[in-house]
Ligand binder design. Structure first.
Ligand SMILES: [Zn+2]
Length: 233
């Protein structure tokens, strides 16, 4: 098994039926290989293919399907290109949230996917974007390098304290949450913080099991949307 995902590379050879890539092209690769023949793959939902395997790229050469290699524009360097897959996950979460200029977006978590979701939400033109998390150093970097609004909360903080911080940042309750750190605590936090008829996108898990209050979701008419890995981005 070869380790390593999120990679860019140079095309060394192409198959006879590959016409969109040429030797020497700089490309970024989607590392997940789907079966291509199951019902989900046929519907374009190859991110949830049950037979997904991963190609690793910590190697001098790797054979990879041409349709999962995407040519980089001249303006994108090889280092930046390696982040394309992460950016795709953040963008997919935003697209699933239907973000618009009236969206107050609460992003929970400080993972690369969370940061890319914040960047995408800002680029779409969301009204306000705030990242909430427990990692002080990551939030400081996000604040310093990107100038985004952040909320630091302690993992053992009371819901009331965190909710107050959320309300203070937005000066109202958010109408969109993108949870990139799914735990029982953050799911309940998102549902409590959201206005009725909001959307909550489930993007990344921090715990293996996350139970939350389904009654709150029902009573507030909150739309839960899964955004697992990424596809067709
Ligand atoms: Zn499949």
């Amino acid at each position: 098994m070869t380790l390593g995902h999120d990679a860019t590379g140079y095309v060394d050879r192409v198959g006879s039926s590959v016409h969109h890539l040429h030797v020497g092209d700089r490309v970024v690769m989607e590392s997940a290989l789907s079966c291509g023949i199951c019902d989900y793959c046929k519907r374009g939902l190859y991110n949830i293919c049950a037979d997904l395997i991963y190609n690793g790229f910590l190697a001098s050469y790797q054979t990879h399907p041409a349709d999962l290699c995407h040519r980089l524009p001249d303006s994108i360097g090889m280092d930046e290109g390696t982040l394309a897959q992460t950016l795709a996950m953040g963008c997919q979460a935003c697209f699933k949230a239907d973000i618009s200029p009236t969206s107050n977006v609460l992003i929970i978590g400080t993972t690369p996917t969370a940061v890319s979701a914040a960047m995408c939400a800002m680029a779409i033109g969301a009204k306000k974007v705030t990242i909430a998390g427990t990692m002080d150093s990551a939030l400081e970097m996000i604040d310093r390098e990107l100038g985004y609004h952040t909320i630091h909360y302690d993992a053992n903080a009371l819901f009331g304290e965190v909710l107050e911080a959320v309300y203070c940042k937005f000066q109202e309750w958010p109408n969109c949450a993108i949870n990139c750190a799914i735990t029982p605590m953050t799911m309940n936090l998102a549902v409590m913080a959201l206005q009725p008829c909001s959307v909550c996108v489930l993007a990344e898990c921090e715990s293996e099991c996350a139970s939350f209050n389904a009654l709150d979701i029902l009573m507030k008419n909150i739309r839960l949307v899964p955004s697992f890995r990424s596809a067709n981005m």
